[in-house]
Ligand binder design. Sequence first.
Ligand SMILES: [Zn+2]
Length: 146
Amino acid sequence: MFPFFQAKHNCYCAFCKSPRRIYRKKNISFMNVLASLMASIVIMFAIWREFDPRAIIAFVICLAISETFVQIRWRLAVVCRTCGFDPILYVKNPEAAASKVRMQLDLRKEDPKYLLAKPLNLPAISAKKAEALQTKEKGRLVSRSI
Ligand SMILES: [Zn+2]
C-alpha cells in the first residue's frame, strides 16, 4: 500500500536473476533514534532512579548498537542466498566475488537438496567468448549445468 514505508524491497539477483527481497534501510532512521532515546531513559531510571547526565553515554551506546545492527542486516541481505553473488564485493573486487559465487555453486552442486530443484538462470557465455576467456590468464568459468 505504502511502498516507501516497506522495510523490504523486491528485486532480482544481478547474476542468477532469481527474485529476492532486500532491506531498504542502510542506516538508522528517526524512529531508531527515538527508540534509543527511550531505551536510554529506561536504563537511566533503572540504574540511578532519577535524571542523570550519564544517560547521554547510554544513549550514544544505544545509537551505536542500533546503527551497527542495521548496517550488518543490510550487508547480509544484499548477498544472494541462491548463488552467493555479492554486488558490493563485485564493485570492489570482481575476482573475489566470482570465486565466492563459484564456491556457492559448487556447494549447491554437492547438496542433494538441489538435485530436483529448478536450475539457476545463469548468464550464458557464447563459445567464442568462452574461448577468449580461456586463453586469458584465469581461464576459469562458472558452469552453466547447475
Ligand atoms: Zn543470485
